[in-house]
Write a protein that binds this ligand. Structure first.
Ligand code: KG4
Ligand code: ZN
Length: 495
């Protein structure tokens, strides 16, 4: 028969004491001490038993407010050593320490006992100190050993997320599914005179903004940097130079505070942000992500394990189209809010602009893909033609008609994705979600189709660090291992 392990109870005391005397002789604890240990609220003891006989025990102590735990004792019946009982007791204590939120585990071992030292080393403990004449009366030194615990499986990990894929430097902090801080510094103003994001300017701006953004996030969360359990960072998709700034900073930070790092997909993070408002993501869900950098339709069956990219733009992103058309119409950057503003006075039916990739012939290959270049050309041609004829263009009509075409395509494709895949939910993300008409049409058509529409708070819709932290926290709570420090950045990172 093989041994088994369970939590110790007071009824085990006699048997534990017998083994204690055999194992530690005159260093043994007294029975009252052992009873107090077993029953204390801050301790956790296990016993190993074989044929109903207790053959080993081990315990740890973890004070609630402390970030570390201590192995108090471990003993295994001498005749049953080298069967892995001690190893298994230790593994279970390590798991318990992680469960209790400890980030470090300490123990002391007699310097003259090499067998237990080997066991601890095999579990990853390293000697960090030596205490002279610790064990009396024989005056043997104690070795202090430490194990840095991984955050995998932590119930409420504190995660700091860094987002630098486009022009927002975002740093967010979450505890499990609770939002603690979400600080964003945007370099949008610096791009205004170019009418679009300039990659080199964005990268430099991230570098300049990171430190202050980080400090503000920690301040908002009321935490010191050492209270962070893990660092998370976007490693794609996005602008390569901009991503590299965030990834470099995140790696340096993780190494400096000796915490694990999680590389996160930006698009999936846009969906993960929903757990900060609802506690958990209801699946399956379709997600429509529309910003200056991307236009993507995702089918999320499981946030961590099953996210499918149904389609994306084959040319401009939706936000980019707004920005470019705003320029054509003589409006300022960013174009989305401007077009929204002037559209209020316009007639959305004034001009019927083309809806990209919506024809029957497109349904085969491009049912879920987007294209805005044809629309862009059509608007520009319309304006040129009117001007060449000496006609006055009424900007609000053009803006409203353009906006209508974009919104129509976005919502139609998103709802098709829901209906085709039998998914009763749609979640929106990205800066274009600010669009008043998009919200209106999505709400009306979702209601018609019996689809629940989710629009996260706007500060969580635009690119931000909290969504990055949120996705990493989900990974940690699900027991996912951290990323290796050597990971790279991928401007077209697959899901
Ligand atoms: O997600 P986001 O803040 O980050 C980047 O992609 O950088 O999205 C910014 C984009 C810009 O292209 C902007 O024109 C667009 O979102 N946007 C809008 C509106 N507000 C912002 N597009 C349409 N309507 C809006 N009201
Ligand atoms: Zn984004």
């Amino acid at each position: 028969m093989s041994h088994q392990i369970r939590p110790a109870t007071e009824a085990d005391l006699e048997f534990i004491m017998a083994l204690e005397k055999l194992s530690f002789g005159r260093d043994s604890w007294s029975k009252p001490t052992m009873r107090a240990e077993l029953l204390a609220p801050h301790t956790f003891y296990l016993v190993a038993y074989l044929d109903e006989k207790i053959v080993g025990y081990a315990g740890l102590s973890k004070v609630k407010s402390a970030s570390s735990a201590d192995i108090q004792t471990i003993a295994v019946d001498e005749s049953l050593r080298r069967r892995g009982i001690g190893h298994e007791l230790m593994e279970k204590l390590i798991a318990q320490a992680i469960q209790l939120g400890a980030s470090e585990l300490y123990l002391e071992v007699r310097e003259d006992k090499t067998a237990p030292q080997k066991l601890y080393e095999s579990l990853g403990f390293v000697v960090i100190d030596r205490r002279e004449k610790y064990y009396q009366p024989d005056g043997v030194a104690a070795l202090v050993m430490r194990l840095a615990l991984s955050v995998q499986g932590l119930q409420e990990p504190v995660v700091l997320g860094i987002e630098t894929s486009c022009d927002e430097t975002g740093i967010g902090i979450v505890r499990g599914t609770t939002l603690l801080a979400n600080v964003i510094s945007s370099s949008m103003d610096q791009h205004a005179r170019f009418g679009g994001v300039v990659p080199e300017i964005a990268a430099r701006a991230h570098l300049e903004a990171l430190e202050a953004t980080l400090q503000k996030a920690l301040h908002d969360a009321g935490l010191s940097i050492n209270e962070i359990d893990a660092v998370a960072v976007t490693n794609g998709p996005g602008l390569a130079g901009a991503l590299m700034v965030g990834v470099g900073a995140a790696k340096a930070l993780a190494v400096a505070i000796d915490k694990p790092i999680y590389a996160v997909n930006h698009l999936v993070a846009h969906v993960a942000v929903d757990v900060l408002e609802r506690g958990r993501l209801e699946t399956p869900t379709v997600a429509l992500l529309v910003s200056g950098g991307h236009t993507s339709l995702l089918l999320v069956r499981d946030l961590l394990n099953d996210v499918e990219l149904l389609g994306e733009t084959i040319d401009d992103a939706a936000g980019e189209a707004f920005d470019k058309i705003a320029r054509v119409l003589g409006l300022s950057y960013p174009g989305g809010p401007e077009i929204d503003r002037v559209s209020k006075e316009g007639d959305p039916k004034a001009v019927r602009f083309p809806r990209g990739l919506t024809l029957p012939k497109d349904q085969d290959k491009h049912r879920y893909n987007f294209s805005f270049s044809g629309l862009k050309t059509a608007v520009a041609r319309h304006v040129e033609l009117a001007e060449s004829k000496g006609e006055k263009v009424f900007v609000p009509d053009i803006a409203a008609s353009f906006r209508e075409a974009v919104v129509d395509v976005l919502v139609t494709k998103a709802i098709n994705a829901c209906l085709d895949n039998n998914v009763p939910r749609l979640i929106l993300g990205g800066g274009v979600v600010a669009n008043a008409r998009l919200r209106e049409v999505a709400a009306a058509r979702c209601q018609e189709a019996g689809i629940e529409l989710r629009i996260p708070a706007f500060s969580l819709c635009t690119d931000n660090g909290a969504m990055i932290a949120s996705l990493a926290a989900q990974k940690i709570m699900a027991g996912e291992a951290p990323s290796e420090l050597g990971f790279g950045v991928y401007s077209t990172l697959a899901i």
